[in-house]
Design a protein around this ligand. Structure first.
Ligand SMILES: NC(=O)c1ccc[n+]([C@@H]2O[C@H](COP(=O)([O-])OP(=O)(O)OC[C@H]3O[C@@H](n4cnc5c(N)ncnc54)[C@H](O)[C@@H]3O)[C@@H](O)[C@H]2O)c1
Length: 267
């Protein structure tokens, strides 16, 4: 018996990095997994590769910033699979110009990254994906869980940046702090409805999002100064945390953010 046997899982941002590693892990534990991501061609190719060994992994295109798009995603999943049991909100951006697999984190000069030089447009782009996107995923999933009367477990990907200020990344840090508070508030509202909501706040993990950091000796020095374990994390270490929170193994957890971060902060 797998930890997610016969559970229906939706993973936004599911074709890359942390979402992808979690999708493979969930499927190995018996889940039927829908990976949802923004680029239809990349998504279809990734899902074909991910399911080639027989795993139940299917792709549905979504833009998490659009309510209509997320509604269509969850309606589609429910019509095909009957219900949604667990959701991992992993779609996210590190900055307004970043597109996973296409455009790396922009190498802006430190002065350009200062808060007073940031544009409203950039701020709104980051908030649209990282905050509104996660909010909509939670809201629409919960509506389906309540309508169907099934138990649910929602996992939101926040970041250590929601707890610790990273100079030059004010938009990202604020967006991740919002995910932590969204998780706490929503969890409290549904604590007696058999719907649990938790979050993960990873440290620096080897995914396409951190490719530029890994290529820069200066940035890597900063990461190592911040990380007592003296290494970046692997995506499968976050997938293990997601699996724990998605499954009944975490049945008494709700409203919590777990921080797999190599000892960056404690408590
Ligand atoms: N990698 C790290 O070190 C790290 C650390 C802490 C938190 N996180 C968070 O983990 C999550 C996953 O990041 P990752 O490292 O796997 O990065 P990633 O770039 O590999 O994956 C992010 C995925 O989100 C998708 N996405 C972006 N905008 C979207 C949209 N509007 N609609 C649908 N999908 C969209 C991308 O296409 C991509 O597949 C993000 O929320 C990120 O902020 C990452």
């Amino acid at each position: 018996m797998g930890l997610l046997n016969d559970k229906v899982a939706v993973i936004t941002g599911g074709i890359s990095g942390l979402g992808r590693a979690s999708a493979l892990r969930y499927a190995a534990e018996g889940a039927r997994v829908v990976v949802a991501d923004i680029n239809a061609e990349r998504g279809a190719n990734a899902a074909a590769e991910m399911s080639s060994g027989g795993a139940s992994i299917e792709f549905i295109q979504v833009d998490v910033t659009s309510k209509e798009s997320q509604q269509a995603l969850f309606d589609d999943v429910v019509s095909r699979y009957g219900q949604v049991d667990t959701v991992l909100a992993a779609a996210g951006v590190s900055s307004s110009g970043y597109i996973s697999g296409e455009v790396s984190e922009v190498e802006a000069e430190p002065e350009e990254r200062m808060f007073h030089n940031r544009t409203l447009e950039d701020w709104e782009k980051v908030m649209a994906v990282n905050v509104t996107g996660v909010m909509l995923t939670n809201q629409i999933a919960i509506k389906h869980m309540l309508a169907n009367g099934n138990a649910g477990s929602i996992v939101n990907i926040a970041s250590i940046a929601g707890r610790r200020p990273l100079p030059g990344a004010s938009d990202y840090c604020v967006s991740k702090a919002a995910v932590i508070m969204l998780t706490q508030t929503v969890a409290t509202e549904y604590s007696t409805s058999n719907i649990r909501v938790n979050a993960i706040g990873p440290g620096f993990i080897e995914t396409p999002m951190t490719a530029n950091i890994r290529q820069s000796p200066e940035w890597m020095e900063t990461v190592m100064q911040m990380t007592p374990m003296q290494r970046m994390g692997q995506a499968n270490e976050i997938a293990s945390t997601a699996l724990f929170l998605a499954s009944d193994e975490s049945s008494y957890f709700t409203g919590q953010t777990l921080f797999p971060n190599g000892g960056m902060f404690t408590g």
